[in-house]
Design a protein around this ligand. Sequence first.
Ligand code: C2E
Ligand code: CA
Ligand code: CA
Ligand code: CA
Length: 275
Amino acid sequence: AKEAGRRAIRFYEPVMDEKIERRRDLAAELQGALLRGEFHLQFQPIFALDGSKICSCEALLRWTNRQFGAVSPAEFIPIAEEDGLIVTIGNWVMMEACRTAGAWPDDVNIAVNLSPVQLRSAELPAVIVRALGSAQLPAHRLEIEITESILLDEVDTTLAALRALNAIGVRTTLDDFGTGYSSLSYLTRFPFQTMKIDRSFIEDLDRSPASVAIVQAIVDLATKLGMQTIAEGVETPAQLAQLRRTRCDAVQGYLMGYPMPASRVAALLAGMRIN
Ligand code: C2E
Ligand code: CA
Ligand code: CA
Ligand code: CA
């Protein structure tokens, strides 16, 4: 058994080396990425089910590196978090997202993802106030998305940070709800105005009665607690029909719209005004 174990380890060695090497090289490239102008934002519309109008757009960070090409945020954000670089990058995202939304109609909000590392930074409220000010965007049009996993640790710091955001007047959204294994009682403790139901539940909606029951329960609970609900990752008409029956407030996903450049979102929003 010992012999087999050793052989197994040797077998995986090159793969592990490659992973570590890629991570190290990406970390090095991330250092100058902002200065080289390698980041841009895309925007994915979120539709209110009541009236089917775009109620907000989520800013999604894109990195096109000179050496690695397009790198997924799922890969580079954890690296940027580890290095602390996420704060500088996140500040840029906040400025850029607010600036872009400044050109949109008054009833379309901007949703910005925030890393737990950013949430714990003391300068966050000042950064947000500055971004809103320079874009002349009212605070209530900014929705900050934070993943549910944040609720698991440093409860007091998180609570204080969320309250500080609400005090400025920005809205807070609990992202990826259902994946973080947090207690349901946290929903009443933490000041979130909106809950985003994770894609994993939406995925199974058109084939699993259990998923229908879970999503219905989540929507009912959130609604009773006074929260808005958004379903993410809607890909099929059957999922959308089910979400209407569930009385979810809003939907987002490839069925309604892919993440798109700022110019296309602006055209889409302008078109909606005219029609
Ligand atoms: P997220 O916040 O849960 O964002 C939703 C992800 O699902 C996005 O991937 C989006 O492109 C994708 N998506 C949207 N609709 C559908 C659909 O119908 N089906 C499927 N399969 N996927 C869909 P993306 O852009 O690759 O972002 C991945 C994650 O990276 C985000 O997950 C978020 O956690 C993080 N992220 C992205 N931008 C930022 C940012 O500016 N700051 C921070 N801190 N994190 C970010
Ligand atoms: Ca999000
Ligand atoms: Ca999400
Ligand atoms: Ca998700």
